[in-house]
Design a protein around this ligand. Structure first.
Ligand code: ASP
Length: 302
């Protein structure tokens, strides 16, 4: 593994290797001294062409805890605004002897394009509506930690499946690890022919909640919607918003996940988001350990 571009082409053995390595690093980040020297001679550039809070901080902390040298680049304050191409921008960063690039970009395939043209290792931190592999890996890790296994579990992805990069990476990761996946959302936010990926499909929230062991609730990606896919957020939340009373009515206690940022009162009510069933902040904590594992394993190949 030279790059981490997506989950689609990542062999299951590699996924398992990342998760077991992440378990070691989770132990490290809970020690009083949270730092190890593993990446002492590695320089990493975090190149973010799109907004991010969690993912950027999580990568940065993972890198710091591995003792890497880091530089942060954000498109809004860079020469990209002056008309520089993606490849020129990245080549200029690499000329300063950078070993790895963590990139988030609004264009699908931007990390794959870079990986074909540069020598450094590339980690996809989210490319448009396509994939968000480290999010999927930390989601898988969180389910594994909570339920002890992923094999045979039922995972429902609920919300804006059409525009969510978390959805696609989640489908791949959970299927590869032996779980069943269902997607649920309004018909306009479900990609056509998604069942070809081997997932169950429903437009009924209650059916998805009743079926699943884990519900991963996704945000409505308004910033990626050029047209109106549903009448209003209020109406969306009436049909697809999850609250604690709904969870209490189910036959079993399900695990509630969300990749963040949460729109409270839209896809999740506060009582559900803050309930003991929700592992949303565990996902954030696990994100650092999983990203440490990914960077460590990539650096090992160099
Ligand atoms: N943080 C995730 C992403 O970057 C999910 C979201 O933004 O809704 O895709």
């Amino acid at each position: 593994m030279k790059h981490l571009l997506g989950i689609k082409d990542l062999p299951t053995s590699q996924i398992e290797n990342i998760l077991t390595t992440a378990r070691e690093f989770k132990e490290v980040i809970n020690r009083p001294i949270k730092k190890v020297p593993s990446l002492r001679d590695i320089t990493i550039a975090n190149v973010f062409f799109e907004n991010s809070t969690r993912t950027r901080i999580s990568f940065e902390l993972a890198e710091k805890r591995l003792s890497a040298d880091i530089v942060n680049f954000s498109a809004s304050t860079s020469s990209v605004k002056k008309g520089e191409t993606l490849l020129d921008t990245v080549n200029n960063i690499l000329a300063m002897k950078v070993d790895m690039i963590v990139i988030r970009h609004s264009s699908v395939g931007a990390p794959h394009f870079l990986a074909r043209h540069i020598n450094a290792s590339v980690v996809n931190a989210g490319d448009g509506t396509h994939e968000h592999p480290t999010q999927a890996l930390l989601d898988a890790y969180s389910v594994w930690e909570k339920l002890g296994t992923i094999e045979g579990k039922k995972i429902a992805l609920i919300g804006d499946i059409l525009h969510s990069r978390v959805a696609l990476s989640n489908i791949f990761v959970f299927q590869k690890l032996g779980a069943e996946v269902m997607v649920c959302g309004p018909p306009t936010l479900l990609p056509k022919h998604i069942e070809a990926l081997g997932v169950k499909v429903t437009t009924k929230l209650h059916e998805a909640l009743q079926w699943c062991d884990v519900a991963n609730v996704l945000r409505i990606q308004l910033e990626r919607q050029q047209i109106k896919y549903f009448p209003s957020l209020r109406e969306y939340s009436l049909y697809y918003g999850i609250n604690q009373a709904m969870l209490n009515q189910l036959d079993k206690e399900i695990v509630l996940m969300h990749p963040g940022p949460i729109n409270r009162g839209v896809e999740l009510s506060s009582d559900a988001a803050d309930s003991p069933q929700a592992i949303i902040l565990d996902q954030v904590e696990n994100g650092v350990a999983v990203r440490m594992a990914v960077l460590y394993l990539l650096a090992e190949q160099r």
